[in-house]
Ligand binder design. Sequence first.
Ligand code: PXP
Length: 239
Amino acid sequence: MPKLGVNIDHVATVRQARRDIYPNPVDAAIACEKAGAHSIVAHLREDRRHINDKDVSALKKTVRTRFNLEMSIHPAIVEIACRIKPDQATLVPEKRQEITTEGGLDVVKNFTEIKKTVAALSARGICVSLFIAPEEKQILRSKETGAHSIELHTGCYANAKTKTQIRRELERIRNAVTLGNALKLIVNAGHGLNYTNTRAIASIKGIEELNIGHAIIARALFVGLPKATQQMLTITGNK
Ligand code: PXP
């Protein structure tokens, strides 16, 4: 059964809607951990649209499970990560105009830069994961960067409409997990997972952790964050 990492970015999104000091993502992290989450994920975007530098420092001090910092490979962000030293850094592609991370890193095209970033972060004792599409060429190149783990982008699966499309996307993810495991990479997955579509992904053997944000924070509006986290832990087979 995969562990559950909760992405708390959207707690900060609500705060930033009013440029206020609440709700505090650190309080959210504490609530998720108390409810049983295995790690806390936050994305320090270059435009600081939700999580900011102060949040990252505070999360580093507060998180007791594992702090997974999502980040681009922009040198200024890498410098912050090297200073803060989260337990894990997940490298993602980043575009200013996108609503959320749209695709995986192109490790094939940007191999040299990504490898350099993996080395810089690893030298600071940070485990590095690469957020990639479930594609063989991306997985093979990811291994060569020296990254500890990969996170498979489940967006295409989450967006699949027909049964055939869903089956095809699940098969792609299953094959990617098998290849990642064979290469001795830790394999995580996430993006677009919710209370309806997560069970099928959680039942794939070989996935270490699922990282889920938007659906949990959205449900928390109605049931509270502890219950929303616990319900996802149940779906992922942890309760
Ligand atoms: N994993 C990664 C690498 C992401 O970029 C995101 C989105 O921030 C997530 C997981 C969580 O996606 P969602 O909010 O759709 O659950």
